[in-house]
Design a protein around this ligand. Structure first.
Ligand code: SF4
Length: 228
């Protein structure tokens, strides 16, 4: 195993970077075999819906958000629809999710930004999307990758944990992890990589009890319990 250098030092360590690039192909091919349908769990039919759902999904289960979405998007099809109702009405309509009062304000602000900055359309770049109030890089990448199918590294808690365990990143900050992963993952594989790690983190490399004995990338993972 290649020895890891100090935090943030990988950019000065081309040997380590190359070694990690070499691992990516194996990781993708092995994880694709056990997660052939890897994708987001949120159900949506366009970028606007996914953006709204991503905001609603903070500290809430995807299942709950999907349930709400079945009725929500019959009433709210565009950012203008969200802006057209009083805040209290929107709060009531999303009251089945956690922190609905705060999220209702976020949705209003985000939709205001969509209308004022982008003519009501969800932009197709992360740099533009993060200009929207309440939208960070994780949400922006989720929409870019999930709804538009463009290259995106989605650093949610699962992708963060699995990347750290495998040894693909020595960072703790999600944005820094994203940029570090971009150094080693070709752009055309980034969205697939995100979905695979997300699914792997939910099913096998779980937070409390990673099932290393079932994991096909144990031999190239820095944290595999079997070989430690
Ligand atoms: S070997 Fe274990 S720690 Fe490494 S990715 Fe697989 S389940 Fe996670």
């Amino acid at each position: 195993m290649v020895q890891r250098k100090g935090k943030g030092s990988r950019g000065k360590d081309p040997q380590r970077t190359q070694e990690l690039k070499n691992r990516i192909g194996r990781i993708l091919s092995e994880l694709e075999k056990i997660h052939p349908d890897a994708r987001l769990e949120l159900e949506y039919s366009n970028a606007f819906e996914l953006l709204i759902e991503a905001i609603l999904a903070a500290q809430e289960s995807d299942k709950k958000v999907n349930e709400l979405a079945k009725t929500l998007f019959k009433k709210y099809r565009t950012p203008e629809d969200v802006l057209s109702v009083p805040l209290e009405e929107l709060e009531k309509d999303i009251s089945s999710v956690n922190f609905y009062r705060r999220k209702a304000k976020l949705l209003k602000n985000c939709c205001q930004g969509l209308v004022e900055m982008f003519g009501g359309e969800v932009p197709k770049s992360v740099d533009e999307m993060v200009k929207l109030p309440g939208v960070g890089r994780k949400t922006a990448n989720m929409v870019i990758g999930g709804a538009y199918g463009l290259p995106a590294i989605i650093v949610d808690r699962h992708v963060m944990r699995v990347s750290q365990r495998i040894g693909l990143t020595d960072q703790k900050d999600p944005d820094k992890i994203e940029f570090q992963l971009m150094e080693i993952i070709p752009s055309e594989q980034r969205t697939k990589f995100s979905f695979l790690l997300l699914n792997h983190g939910k099913s096998i490399c779980t937070a409390r009890d990673p099932k290393c004995q079932e994991c096909p990338i144990c031999d190239i993972c820095d944290s595999c319990k079997i070989k430690l």
